[in-house]
Write a protein that binds this ligand. Structure first.
Ligand SMILES: NC(=O)c1ccc[n+]([C@@H]2O[C@H](COP(=O)([O-])OP(=O)(O)OC[C@H]3O[C@@H](n4cnc5c(N)ncnc54)[C@H](OP(=O)(O)O)[C@@H]3O)[C@@H](O)[C@H]2O)c1
Length: 398
């Protein structure tokens, strides 16, 4: 039996995704074939009150010994924490991550990493200076499904892959679903489709056209974009065309088309009838991925030689009969089915054990390149956030 390494987590914020992540974190890793890691929650903090943090810990089934703090400052001072998961709105990631890093804590920070690239750059510099682990929590990259897709590309099975289309559109009626103060549409919380949803379309384009290239030949893409603005001033839809420069020997430039919309839907009937939301084209064939773009469970490989291979990628977990449920925002997955956030937690845990300082499937350099793309989309379309949340000054009361 391999020796198990225990990872001691602190949870910063107690909102929707913090709950989903922490429930997944507490699932026995052996249910997904991980036998050398154990995750434990040693504390959670709420900016509103310690009682809110206590309620959160009991709701997610954290150990009785877990501490509940009424401020993020108290959390980062806890000597028993190895790594902090940050689950606040985008606007707050920079200040929260700086707080953790300054206190000597490793960090897994929700997407979008920060409000802008300048803030990401400062975080990377700080993590390096302090020799700490830092990773953007783009969970989808760590799914076995994503590893399979990237392997299809790097193995040459699809031929030269030079075009990717990825859509992440949720089909909400924003006027009904979100008050203007909600983080999805509120400029003061760095709202809008691009940073919240578009990041996943960009993730698919990047993990297929950028991550799969040798590090020495990766080049940032040229960006052309258009957005549709919501009445609060943030984007309700973004269309981003990315041209990745490649030499003739590499098969010439590759093009990605990343789209996102709060109002329209990638999967209007919720049954996949509209077809895949991601298509990855090579000169020998393509691979298709079905909605949800951020948590897909179905792929289809279609090759020119006649091969058609469908695969299902249900998330593991405690299993049927366990009476255990997870999901997001009140939508539960099947009984015993994990949400899939444990894969990124395993990545962070194994990095801490092995001394790696960033995630293997999205380097800090790549997170920064994607933040620069989103900055450029906002610049091209005159979409600005309040100065305070764009600032790289620290500390700053938001
Ligand atoms: N990976 C995914 O699938 C996924 C899904 C949804 C969201 N996310 C990301 O996770 C982050 C949080 O999203 P969420 O849906 O969990 O949001 P949420 O439910 O609104 O929770 C955010 C939490 O942040 C804390 N917070 C601190 N300052 C705040 C402020 N000024 N306004 C609002 N909340 C504040 C609050 O917790 P306390 O009161 O306890 O401090 C709040 O409960 C975002 O970056 C989002 O993009 C990721």
């Amino acid at each position: 039996m391999p020796e198990k390494h225990t990872v001691r987590w602190g949870i910063l914020a107690t909102g929707g995704i913090a709950e989903t992540f922490t429930r997944d974190l507490l699932v026995d890793p052996s249910t997904r074939g991980v036998n050398d890691l154990v995750h434990t929650v040693v504390a959670a903090a709420s900016s509103s009150s310690a009682s809110r943090a206590k309620e959160f810990l009991s709701k997610v089934g954290a150990p009785d010994s877990a501490k509940a703090y009424g401020s993020y400052k108290e959390l980062v001072a806890d000597p028993n924490i190895d790594i902090i998961y940050i689950a606040t709105p985008h606007s707050h990631h920079f200040q929260n991550a700086m707080l953790c890093l300054e206190a000597g804590k490793n960090v897994l920070c929700e997407k979008a990493f920060t409000t802008n690239a300048a803030q990401t750059e400062v975080l990377i510099k700080k993590a390096k200076e302090k020799n700490l682990f830092l990773m953007e929590a783009v969970w989808t990259r760590y799914f076995p499904l994503s590893i399979y897709v990237r392997d299809l590309i790097t193995s040459g099975k699809l031929g030269v892959v030079r075009h990717v289309q990825a859509d992440n559109s949720t089909g909400d009626n924003p006027e009904e679903s979100f008050p203007d103060s909600h983080r999805m549409v509120n400029p003061s919380l760095a709202g809008g489709a691009l940073l919240d949803l578009g990041i996943y379309s960009l993730t698919w384009v990047f993990q297929c056209l950028y991550t799969t290239q040798p590090a020495s030949s990766r080049q940032a893409p040229r960006v052309s974009s258009t957005i549709t603005k919501y009445h609060t001033g943030v984007d309700e839809a973004s269309h981003v065309l990315l041209t990745f420069p490649r030499s003739k020997e590499q098969g010439g430039d590759a093009v990605g088309y990343a789209t996102t919309c709060i109002r329209l839907a990638s999967d209007p009937d919720g049954k996949g009838s509209a077809g895949p939301c991601i298509r990855i084209y090579g000169d020998k064939g393509e691979v298709q991925v079905w909605w949800p773009t951020f948590r897909p469970t179905k792929t289809r490989l279609v090759l020119k030689d006649g091969t058609v291979e469908e695969k299902n990628w249900e998330q593991p977990g405690p299993g049927a009969g366990s009476k255990w449920y997870n999901g997001f925002n009140g939508d539960n997955n099947a009984e015993g089915e994990g949400h899939g956030m444990f894969w990124e937690a395993d990545e962070a845990g194994s990095a801490l054990r092995d001394g790696r300082k960033e995630g293997r499937y999205e380097s800090l350099e790549e997170s920064l390149t994607i933040m620069k793309v989103m900055d450029e989309v906002r610049r091209q379309n005159d979409m600005k956030y309040p100065e305070k949340i764009e600032s790289t000054e620290y500390p700053l009361e938001l």
